[in-house]
Design a protein around this ligand. Structure first.
Ligand code: HEM
Length: 173
């Protein structure tokens, strides 16, 4: 679970593999350095570079995502009362900063809020399956409006879906 919710860059497996040194026949240490991977969608297409945050359009995209999402929350009779502040702006900023950090953007979230500890921070709220499904339906509608390429859409969605399931903290109605 901590994997699902921990920030980008915390999985060092690929780096470790790239740094692994093997001994050649001459007993010399030959470093194995992984070649950078270039992804192209077609022969003439630009290569896809940058981390996921950059690939989907950086700050602007995340800003739009949370704006669209909170429009849905604002009209949701179950979710809206859960948000303690009258103004949803600060909550929207916190979610945006968290997602930006998670996907490899600025680390402003942790600078301002410390370790995310999302399970703990959601403990005060009744996150039952209904709340989760409503949260996810507003998120799905928001992502649909971003019109991301299918791969990025699926990547973002599968993370959010798993994270939302991991945050359920009660089955009481
Ligand atoms: C499963 C349904 C969910 C519900 C009902 C829910 C509800 C809430 C509520 C009521 C707050 C307090 C608003 C605030 O003051 O910031 C909050 C905060 C937050 N939520 Fe959720 N949430 C859900 C899922 C998620 C998911 C899946 C993520 C991340 C992937 C997430 C990330 C956050 C973050 C980053 C904060 C602000 C934490 C802080 O720094 O205080 N939430 N959530």
């Amino acid at each position: 679970m901590s994997d699902t919710l921990s920030p980008a860059g915390s999985d060092d497996t690929a780096d470790d593999a790239a740094r692994t040194a093997t001994r050649g026949t001459s007993d010399r240490v030959v470093p194995r350095v992984a070649a950078p991977v270039k992804l192209r969608s077609s022969e003439s297409g630009e290569s896809a570079t940058g981390n996921f945050y950059e690939q989907i359009g950086g700050h602007e995209t995340f800003q739009r995502l949370v704006e669209l999402f909170y429009r849905g929350v604002a009209n949701d009779p179950v979710l809206r009362p859960m948000y303690p502040e009258q103004d949803l702006g600060p909550a929207s900023d916190r979610l945006r900063m968290f997602l930006e950090q998670y996907w490899g953007g600025p680390t402003t979230y942790s600078e301002r809020r410390g370790h995310p500890r999302l399970r703990l921070r959601h403990q005060a709220f009744k996150v039952n399956p209904e709340a989760r499904d409503r949260w996810l339906s507003h998120m799905r509608a928001a992502i649909d409006q971003l019109q991301l390429p299918p791969l990025q859409d699926a990547t973002l969605w599968s993370y959010l879906e798993r994270a939302a399931h991991a945050l359920v903290n009660t089955f009481e109605e």
